[in-house]
Write a protein that binds this ligand. Structure first.
Ligand SMILES: NC(=O)c1ccc[n+]([C@@H]2O[C@H](COP(=O)([O-])OP(=O)(O)OC[C@H]3O[C@@H](n4cnc5c(N)ncnc54)[C@H](O)[C@@H]3O)[C@@H](O)[C@H]2O)c1
Ligand SMILES: O=C(O)C(=O)C[C@@H](O)[C@H](O)[C@H](O)COP(=O)(O)O
Ligand SMILES: [Zn+2]
Length: 370
């Protein structure tokens, strides 16, 4: 088992990474908890719900099970309300513990519910997708989507811990593996050129979920994210770097309708677009743009962005939490492993859109990877 600590001004919590963690969850239940709400969806609940409920019940606490509908299309207010309905109907009090068992959609919604239920209760992250294990379960960004913009309503609210069971990745569909790897390679692009090169060399092993490679990728991703969050929990500066590729990616998700592309797929493609922009406005060498493109392709994410029309692209990208005074701020690379935020001339953005968008057949793009 590996451990990474996340240290924020409000306190610190551990991330445990290893096989078999689902059976060890009792130890993560604080002694003074009055009841536990295990929140999941039918897919993950069907695979792991019984086992996790049993592990949590070993703490001697009552375990209430809540199932939310599956998918990004349900990351919204009405689904969030289902959590509050169940908590209130079952009289869970301020000393309850919410447990998020699932991918980033479940984690983000349960975290947000925990932040506001009775003005704040504790929650534990048990991420079951690669994306959630390397990114969304760490750092306390919680939210639901709004039809006009991604994650637009939420809170910064840290969990009491993160329990990563690497065994559960065995049941993850291939497309979800690729989506998770997009956030893994992001850390190399923005923060760590050596890790980027390691990802290039191990792309096949990562895609095949080879245990040693995937364990290293998860631990290194969590370490890098924990360091950034520790220095800038509320995104007043450095944390925005973790948004590399997301100004483009979130526009794809909102523009096509949440769930049409997976978040990681949109980010993978968005990172190519952000690299193209970096070549035009931040001096990123053309050879590095091609390395970014080749690695996104190697992990199995789409390269070509959907043609939403330049005006719609620009208007969607305006609705970004990094926008200040109407000016879009992008995360840009000056080299692989070196990133900063800044504005970009609209003409350069239009040029990138013209160069990176086309008629995308996503099924074909995913199938091409095998
Ligand atoms: N809070 C953050 O810092 C942060 C970071 C990155 C992404 N996110 C958010 O995370 C979300 C995406 O998360 P995601 O990619 O995990 O998607 P997801 O939560 O929709 O999960 C993907 C699919 O995999 C299924 N699944 C989950 N675990 C499984 C398993 N072990 N075996 C089989 N199937 C399994 C789910 O039921 C779902 O159908 C987006 O909403 C994104 O905005 C948040
Ligand atoms: O943790 C962060 O900070 C990130 O930006 C991680 C991103 O991968 C993640 O998708 C996040 O939810 C995006 O945040 P948002 O503030 O742009 O909604
Ligand atoms: Zn993301």
């Amino acid at each position: 088992m590996q451990e990474v600590a996340v240290q924020t001004p409000g306190g610190s919590y551990p991330i445990h990474i290893g096989p078999g963690r689902l059976d060890a969850l009792t130890a993560s239940v604080p002694a003074d908890v009055t009841a536990i709400a295990l929140v999941t969806n039918p897919v993950v609940g069907g695979l792991y719900g019984e086992r996790v409920a049993r592990a949590l019940a070993a703490s001697g606490k009552r375990v209430l099970r809540i199932e939310l509908p599956d998918g990004e299309a349900h990351k919204d207010w009405s689904t969030l309300n289902l959590i509050f309905d169940a908590l209130l109907e079952n009289r869970l009090d301020r000393r309850c513990l919410l447990v998020a068992l699932g991918g980033g959609v479940i984690g983000d919604m349960v975290g947000f519910a925990a932040a506001v239920y009775m003005r704040g209760v504790r929650f534990l992250q048990v991420p079951t997708t690669l994306l959630a294990q390397v990114d969304s379960s760490v750092g306390g960004k919680t939210a639901v989507n709004h039809p006009l913009g991604k994650n637009m309503v939420g809170a910064f609210y840290q969990p009491v811990g993160v329990e990563i069971d690497t065994d559960v990745l065995r049941t993850l569909p291939r497309r979800e593996v690729a989506a998770g790897l997009a956030e893994v390679i992001k850390y190399g692009m923005i923060l760590d050129a050596d890790f980027f090169a390691w990802c290039e060399a191990h792309a096949d092993a990562l895609g095949a979920l080879e245990p040693a490679a995937i364990a290293h990728a998860i631990a290194r991703s969590c370490q890098l994210k924990a360091e950034v969050v520790g220095r800038d929990e509320r995104e007043s500066g450095e944390r925005a770097l973790l948004n590399f590729g997301h100004t483009f990616g979130h526009a794809i998700e909102a523009g096509l309708g949440y769930g049409a592309w997976l978040h990681g797929e949109a980010v993978g493609c968005g990172m190519i677009q952000a690299a193209e922009l970096s070549a035009r406005v931040a001096g990123l060498p053309r050879a590095d743009v091609e390395r970014v493109r080749a690695l996104v392709r190697a992990i199995g994410c789409p390269e070509l962005a959907p043609d939403l029309g330049a005006e719609r692209w620009l208007s969607l990208m305006q609705v970004d939490k990094k926008t200040e005074g109407g000016q879009i701020r992008f995360v840009l690379l000056s080299a692989i492993g070196k990133s900063h935020t800044g504005p970009a001339p609209e003409a350069a953005v239009r040029e990138v859109l013209a160069a990176t968008c086309g008629k995308v057949d996503l099924a074909e793009a995913v199938a091409a990877h095998g």
